[in-house]
Design a protein around this ligand. Structure first.
Ligand SMILES: NC(=O)c1ccc[n+]([C@@H]2O[C@H](COP(=O)([O-])OP(=O)(O)OC[C@H]3O[C@@H](n4cnc5c(N)ncnc54)[C@H](O)[C@@H]3O)[C@@H](O)[C@H]2O)c1
Length: 374
């Protein structure tokens, strides 16, 4: 098959290209190869054998030219540093999807599959349960609550304690500009795909882990931040109280899911969660990384938090499991592979300081009132 992979020089895209080329597909990559992801330009790990076009996915003529000689598309190109440049999220992440379908419809292209990379961020705070009022989709936490170190979310009706549930695909409750853009991209792709008979699947990845994960973004990646600290011999900071729940999925499991939906027709017209299946607190993840680096310095709670973070999110992966996929690797596997790869990246010295300074100056990282926990 002739396959176009947008964002194929990135983390998930390049691993997916490796697998597609190994299976004999003819792969073309369209990637802008720009900072902050690619500080040094074209990365070493671009898959040998792919045809790489360096350009913007919103360049209509270029995209149209590439789509004309394509049977299937993986659309990974996206902007995803969670900073307050809101317009850029819709501009890159939503416009690109609309343009892809606009070209496919205008030129009556015969695409066998379009796979859209969505995100768990489309589900936002996810699904909660109040013993008295049942299922709840909470709104975002006000800064006043975070300033007072009230991390957990009370029931919107009675303010009583709630438990977090595995969040299925029917939930869409995005809380930041990135999540909203990913949800919009999903809705556009699935609806236009249905209307114009372009077989489309959207995959909502949880936090993906493994080598080639962007090192230089300001925001992304607990695994990256904790690993950089332990690599340098310092102890990382846990935001909030370190008890936020997340699920982490290994990059090779993600590639397996990507390949599965390429030619399984049961996936057409649907969105699937692609997650790790097990919830970890941030503190537990930090401890896995600490052990990997052989450090005895535990991560610290300092009263810092990131404004806009969801408290808990944990994906229900039953739908994709019913197609025969399941996660095969653990966060320990991911962390080991990441730790072996990380030192090969250049210019690591200032990464932590720069990302912390950027997030502080933009008001993303904040400290509880009085500068310390009550
Ligand atoms: N990594 C994760 O944990 C995760 C989780 C959920 C969803 N996703 C989604 O998966 C996809 C891939 O993520 P990733 O982690 O590999 O990211 P990445 O940043 O490593 O890769 C994205 C690639 O897209 C390219 N790109 C960005 N803007 C572009 C543009 N305008 N035109 C052309 N290329 C452009 C970048 O140069 C980069 O190579 C994204 O859509 C992301 O939103 C990732």
């Amino acid at each position: 098959m002739r396959i176009l992979v947008t964002g194929g020089a990135g983390f998930i895209g390049s691993h997916t290209c490796d697998a597609l080329v190994a299976r004999g597909h003819e792969v073309t990559v369209l990637d802008a190869v720009t900072p902050p992801v690619h500080r040094q330009g074209r990365p070493m790990y671009v898959t040998p054998g792919v045809d790489l076009y360096i350009g913007d996915v919103r360049n209509r003529d270029l995209l149209a030219n590439l789509l004309r000689r394509t049977d299937a598309v993986y659309h990974f190109a996206a902007y995803q540093d969670y900073l307050p440049d809101f317009a850029r999220f819709t501009d890159v992440n939503v416009t690109s999807v609309a343009m892809l379908y606009e070209i496919a419809v205008a030129e009556r292209l015969d695409l066998m599959r379009v796979v859209i990379a969505s995100s768990q961020a489309a589900a936002g705070e996810g699904l909660y349960w109040c013993p008295e009022h049942g299922e709840q989709l909470p709104a975002m936490r006000p800064d006043a609550a975070l300033q007072a170190a009230r991390w957990e979310i009370g029931c919107p009706t009675c303010d009583g304690p709630m438990t977090v549930r595995r969040t299925p695909e029917r939930v869409a409750n995005p809380q930041n500009a990135y999540g909203m853009s990913k949800h919009a991209a999903e809705v556009l792709a699935l609806n236009l795909g249905r209307r114009y008979d372009i077989p489309t699947t959207a995959l909502r990845y949880s936090i993906v882990q493994g080598p080639r994960q962007s090192v230089y973004n300001a925001y992304s990646g607990a695994c990256r931040i904790f690993s950089l600290h332990y690599l340098r011999g310092s102890a990382p900071t846990l935001y909030e109280d370190g008890q936020s729940l997340r699920d982490y999925v290994n990059i090779h499991d993600v590639v397996d899911a990507n390949l599965l939906v390429l030619d399984d027709d049961r996936a057409v017209g649907r969105v699937f969660n692609v997650g790790g299946g097990v919830a970890y607190t941030t503190e537990e993840l930090a401890d896995i990384i600490r052990r990997q680096f052989g450090s005895d310095q535990r991560a610290r709670v300092t009263g810092e938090y990131r404004f806009g973070d969801t408290r808990h999110i944990f994906s229900d992966i039953d739908a994709l499991k019913q197609l025969g996929w399941r996660p095969q690797r653990t966060p320990e596997d991911s962390v080991a592979e990441y730790a072996a790869w990380l030192p090969s990246m250049p210019d690591l010295d200032d990464v932590l300081a720069r990302s912390q300074a950027t997030m502080r100056s933009l008001g993303v990282v904040r400290t509880v009132a009085g500068g310390r926990l009550p």
